[in-house]
Write a new protein. Structure first.
Lengths: 327, 364
């Protein structure tokens, strides 16, 4: 199987789906002539033309809403936010229009749209360009929220998201675009939404990690293996709907859980996972669910402070040792 | 505001001398009638009568809605269209069935004009399963996919980017469908308006932006909210064609819309229409309306769009007294039927609470 970067895997998904369905179009800032701020859309303008690969003005609310309107009448837009930080300007259209249209129209207007782009922490870009917003979007019924952690997942999940008939928030991790992995080159390769992936099997503790935290959790699991602790690493991949069944099955086996996330802890996805586990598998827990989250501060610029704001291998190792009562 | 005229009215007079009523209602009415008479020749009798009947239907429908709201039959917010009938009905009379309409939360008239039955609109107000959104949308969220009525949007200006996207899709697919996007003048202060007009002209999209300038955003007059109150002029910033239209003259609205429709259909070009109108009722049913004077309202009621049209129809001998009575009776019957239908319809089934959240639900 070819080994490609996350960036290339996403590019393949976009290209294949746009070739597959003429109603799919891509719009966003710098996606066409500039080839994408992160080069995810490289080559698409040349191959597919400016009718379908469209540079927008810097007008996030406007083009997000335009996409939703186009989706109401049969097109399947892919709206790229240069980063999800800028989606904050578009939340009225994402939440009040895209998420609610099917319901408030009594089932008449579904919105097949993908809002995608990089999210989470980036490299020293300061508070406004470096934040995790998945808990915002996951809050709303009507939206689906997807966060891949490997190139193969990125491709398979993006293809499914584009084919999905509901609005999908697809958050790519800005630090992970260069990560490499094996990716099927089969145009029919998809990964269903709402299915978690067990990234590593284990018996002593479960680490639930998403996006950037998956490779960090896997490194922590390697370190813990050497310390005699066998960790299972579960990547939900889809945040809404959350494949809680796979997580619960793991908890029943390991009886100990750490949730690793780069987002802020308060009202975060980790809090939701913890609550679900408490409701569904309380009797199986041998220790309280432990969260390892990003620091509860706006992202600082200084390299040393930024490093401290994002969870690392040591913190996850310590958390697993804590729920296993090893120290 | 006591007995003083609000300053919003005086601004209107300064800006629009042709609409000023300083000469008194009689003179104003006369001027408009003259204007309407000149339109009458261009339009067939059947369409004229249909327009009149629709305006009357909406008026009586809204009066009945107010009654039902006061009786506790309709919940939530209820924004009536009384006084503005010429705008929705004039504009929608200028498009085809396959064209699209999107509007704000003051939408009962647009829904009816686009072809949704008064029964389904009233049932939606009642929150019944037979409503045009199955009772899940309410007064502010009416939809009909078959009729290309795309809502019913309740965040001020939210429908403007949506309509721009619908127009984008028409061009993308190569159809000649046009989109009418209605919004109040208060929406012009939202970023969504400016962002949309910029894209519409940049990409040449067949969208007609119809600003229903009823001169108040809830209780705040235009002049208290907008630094430059000449809305049609704002189109200059985006190089968009624009017209100022007398929104009490249904045929003027229709003709301006026809011109915009031609531009959109033939050349994929957007237009901004500023249609000056006035709502005779409060912002919503819960509005005591103490921000404007009785005198101001009455002065605008002298230019009641239905009165103006009926006067012209009478004067030109298009409708006789008995025909007027017949239409009034028909409309009354339609509205009574709508109420009866809504009253008799079932509430949504409890299982509807969890349907229509996702088109592709994923079972976990």
């Amino acid at each position: 199987m070819p080994v490609v970067t996350m960036r290339e895997a996403l590019n393949q998904a976009l290209r294949e789906e746009m070739l597959r369905d003429p109603n799919v179009f891509l719009m966003g800032e710098e996606v066409a002539a500039y080839q994408g701020a992160y080069k995810v859309t490289k080559g698409l303008l040349e191959e597919l033309g400016d009718k379908r690969v469209i540079d927008t003005p810097i007008t996030e609310l406007g083009f997000a809403g335009l996409g939703v309107g186009a989706a109401m009448v049969g097109l399947r837009p892919i709206v790229e936010f240069m980063t999800f930080n800028f989606s904050i300007l578009a939340t009225d259209q994402i939440i009040n229009s895209a998420a609610k249209m099917l319901y408030m129209s009594g089932g008449q207007f579904n919105i097949p749209i993908v809002f995608r782009g990089p999210g989470g922490s980036a490299f020293q870009v300061g508070s406004q360009h470096s934040q995790a917003l998945e808990s915002w979007y996951a809050y709303f019924p009507g939206l689906k929220v997807v966060m891949p952690s490997t190139p193969a997942d990125a491709k398979g999940l993006l293809k499914s998201s584009i084919r999905d008939n509901d609005p999908v928030i697809f958050i790519e991790q800005e630090r992970m675009y260069g990560n490499k992995g094996e990716v099927p080159d089969d145009a029919d390769f998809t990964i269903p939404l709402g299915v978690a992936d067990i990234k590593r099997e284990g018996t002593d503790a479960t680490i639930v990690a998403r996006s950037l935290m998956v490779p960090v959790a896997l490194k922590a699991a390697e370190a813990l293996e050497k310390q005699g602790v066998s960790c299972e690493v579960i990547d939900p991949r889809t945040i809404r709907p959350l494949d809680i069944k796979t997580i619960i099955e793991s908890v029943k086996k390991t009886n100990r859980v750490v949730v690793a996330e780069e987002s802020h802890p308060f009202c975060g996805v980790g809090a939701e996972i913890s609550q679900e586990i408490t409701e569904r598998a309380f009797d199986y827990l041998d220790a309280p669910v432990k969260r390892v989250s990003g620091a509860d501060v706006p992202m600082p610029y200084a390299k040393n402070l930024e490093d401290m704001a994002i969870p690392n291998v040591d913190q996850i190792v310590a958390a697993v040792r804590e729920v296993a009562y090893l120290d | 505001m006591g007995a003083e005229e609000t300053s919003a009215t005086s601004v209107m007079e300064e800006e629009s001398p042709e609409l000023a009523d300083s000469g008194g209602p009689a003179q104003q009415g006369g001027t408009l009638k003259e204007a309407q008479k000149s339109h009458l020749g261009d339009i067939d009798r059947e369409t004229l009568i249909d327009i009149y009947q629709q305006m009357l239907l909406v008026r009586r429908f809204e009066e009945k809605s107010a009654e039902a709201y006061s009786a506790g039959k309709i919940g939530g917010f209820c924004h009536l269209y009384i006084g503005q009938e010429a705008v929705a009905i004039g504009a929608i009379s200028a498009i085809r069935k396959e064209d699209y309409v999107l509007t704000s939360y003051r939408e009962h008239a647009h829904a009816i004009a686009k072809g949704i039955s008064p029964d389904a609109v009233m049932a939606e107000l009642y929150g019944k399963a037979t409503g045009c959104s199955k009772g899940k949308g309410g007064s502010m969220h009416m939809f009909d996919k078959e009729l290309n009525f795309l809502g019913g949007h309740a965040i001020v200006g939210g429908q403007i980017p949506l309509a721009t996207g619908v127009a984008f899709a028409s061009k993308y697919k190569g159809t000649d469908q046009v989109t009418l996007c209605f919004f109040g003048e208060a929406a012009v202060n939202q970023g969504a308006f400016h962002e949309s007009l910029n894209m519409a002209q940049l990409w040449k999209l067949p969208c007609i932006y119809i600003c229903e300038n009823n001169q108040y955003g809830m209780g705040t007059s235009l002049e208290r909210a907008m630094s430059s109150q000449d809305i049609s002029q704002k189109a200059c910033a985006y190089d968009i064609a624009a017209e100022f239209v007398d929104g009490m003259d249904v045929l003027a609205v229709r003709e301006a819309t026809l011109r915009a429709v031609e531009r959109a259909r033939k050349s994929y070009l957007p237009t901004l229409l500023e249609v000056r109108t006035y709502r005779f009722m409060g912002h919503s049913m819960s509005d005591p309306g103490n921000y404007r004077t009785r005198a101001e309202i009455e002065r605008h009621q002298e230019r009641d769009p239905i009165k103006l049209l009926s006067a012209s129809l009478k004067e030109e001998g298009i409708l006789s007294d008995s025909e007027f009575q017949k239409i009034e009776a028909e409309v009354k019957g339609q509205v009574e039927h709508a109420v009866e239908f809504a009253e008799q319809s079932p509430l949504p089934d409890a299982k509807e609470l969890y349907t229509d959240v996702y088109a592709d639900p994923i079972e976990i």
